[in-house]
Design a protein around this ligand. Structure first.
Ligand code: ARG
Ligand code: ZN
Length: 470
């Protein structure tokens, strides 16, 4: 689902450019590249840094994912049903899917032809879908998911098989490793999950359980529902042996902690810290945006954690308070408020990093001011000063500058506008764009409006210059 009309117009403009160039769009394998078809959906959603991510011509409202997984064979069998609305006439459109065999696709119940080219799955419905029409796509597929591991600082992500199941963390574009979708954060949707695993294993997806898990014939089926809009990279179906602790936070938000048996000793701390942090952030950032909170520790050493919606996932380590504070801050900044373009990633990571410093301040350990002052002492030659965090680079998305200098940007802002305005700004930002999409310009505009100050020079120096701000 898309919220902002301005972005929609931008995407539409790009779609028409790309659709005129048949060389850009994969065609169904059985189809010779004919004359340009302006009714073909573009193979990318319009993020210039990730030109093939997502797709043009439609907007997904809901994914219904049915997934069966057998860890011993590493085989996944799936059916994905997508409810979408066309944003142009569509003679064909793409989904993103990496590997896996597609058996059958239907559009509104009628069989559709399809073709594959790299990670682009092109679907040609029996008849053209009219602009603004709602339509349903059903894709039956199976195979052995292969996680993505394409660049140095991204590591391994997507659907990652483990000895007892799978670790599923897909930022930035790994959800296509386990289900066909519009794999870009600018198209959020709600999700239903029906996941079947061998009995004894637990399937952990986003949102809340719908009914009790059902066991039959040696398998157990878990149904989960995320009823708030979610970016595809936050979708998870983490599977395996888990110890669980369930309850609610002091303020009444349902809380679920899950740990791999190897991390059983972390379960209680994960549960209590996640609860405490969720409640505290609700007082700082405004009401918690989702229907449950919690966390999952799996035994896969990913080298990172991911803020999977309602269930942050920690990859193979015992999470401390700081990282729990970080991942749960993302529930507001990243998950409820989602970036439209990857270049704005500091709106996620700078905010979550600043939240770590706010947590230490809250606990009386160290003020954000002290953290800021210490970091500012880094020599002018530190790589953080040459990487402008306001423009995350596609080949170095998760650069430390996006996190640390992004967080420092917020502290520099706090100094400039004062605590009262700064904390009002954080709450207003989270409230104004709840469940929506955001850009850096929108944040700068709001900061200037609430403070009544011209902050152009401050943001320019902190976000966009390749040198240490003075
Ligand atoms: N958003 C995550 C965090 O800040 C980082 C995800 C890194 N993704 C990756 N593929 N390495 O905790
Ligand atoms: Zn983060």
């Amino acid at each position: 689902m898309r919220v902002n009309r301005r972005g929609m117009a931008m995407v539409a403009a790009l779609v028409s450019v790309l659709a005129c160039s048949p060389a850009d769009g994969p065609l169904p394998a059985d189809e010779a590249p004919a004359a340009a078809d302006r009714r073909a959906g573009a193979p990318g959603i319009g993020d210039p840094d990730f030109p093939k991510d997502g797709n043009g011509g439609y907007d997904v409202a809901h994914y219904d994912l049915v997934v069966d997984y057998v860890p011993t064979t590493k085989r996944l069998t799936g059916v994905t049903t997508i409810k979408a609305t066309a944003t142009q006439d569509l003679s064909r459109f793409n989904l993103d899917l990496s590997g896996l065999d597609v058996r059958e696709i239907s559009v509104d119940g009628s069989p559709a032809r399809f073709g594959r080219q790299g990670d682009e799955l092109t679907v040609r419905p029996a008849k053209t879908i009219a602009d603004r029409a709602r339509f349903t796509v059903r894709v039956a597929y199976s195979g052995t998911p292969k996680p993505a591991k394409d660049s140095a600082n991204l590591g391994t992500y997507g659907f990652v098989p483990t000895s007892d199941g799978a670790f599923v963390a897909s930022e930035p574009n790994g959800s296509k490793t386990w289900f066909p979708n519009n794999d870009h954060p600018s198209d959020k949707a709600t999700y239903d999950f029906t996941i079947t695993v061998p009995t004894g294993l637990t399937a952990l997806a986003n949102g809340e359980l719908v009914g009790a898990p059902a066991t039959k014939g040696g398998t157990t089926t878990f149904r989960w529902r995320e009823r708030h809009p979610m970016a595809s990279y936050l979708a998870t179906a983490t599977l395996g042996k888990f110890d669980l602790r369930q309850g609610a936070t002091a303020s009444g938000i349902p809380n679920l902690a899950a740990t791999d048996p190897r991390f059983k000793s972390s379960l209680d701390k994960l549960y209590t810290t996640s609860a405490e942090v969720t409640d505290y952030w609700s007082t700082v950032f405004g009401p918690y945006p989702f229907s449950s909170t919690g966390g999952v520790v799996d035994d896969y050493s990913a080298g990172y954690a991911l803020e999977n919606q309602t269930k942050p996932l920690y990859g193979g380590f015992d999470p401390d308070e700081t990282i729990i504070a970080h991942e749960l801050a993302h529930q507001w900044f990243g998950n409820s408020l989602t970036i439209r373009r990857w270049k704005d990633l500091w709106l996620n990571e700078g905010f979550a990093t600043y939240a770590e410093w706010l947590w230490q301040e809250h606990k009386g350990r160290k003020t954000a001011e002290a953290t800021f002052a210490e970091l500012l002492k880094r020599p002018a030659t530190d790589p953080m000063w040459t990487y402008p965090p306001g423009r995350a680079k596609p080949d170095d998305l998760f650069n430390q500058s996006v996190y640390t200098r992004g967080g420092m940007t917020l502290h520099a802002l706090r100094r400039a506008i004062g605590d009262a305005t700064f904390f009002t700004l954080l709450k207003t930002w989270a409230a104004d764009h709840r469940y929506g999409h955001v850009t850096t310009d929108e944040f700068i505009d709001l900061a200037q409006r609430l403070s009544g100050k011209d902050l152009t020079a401050l943001f320019d120096a902190w976000l966009f210059q390749p040198r240490r701000p003075t």
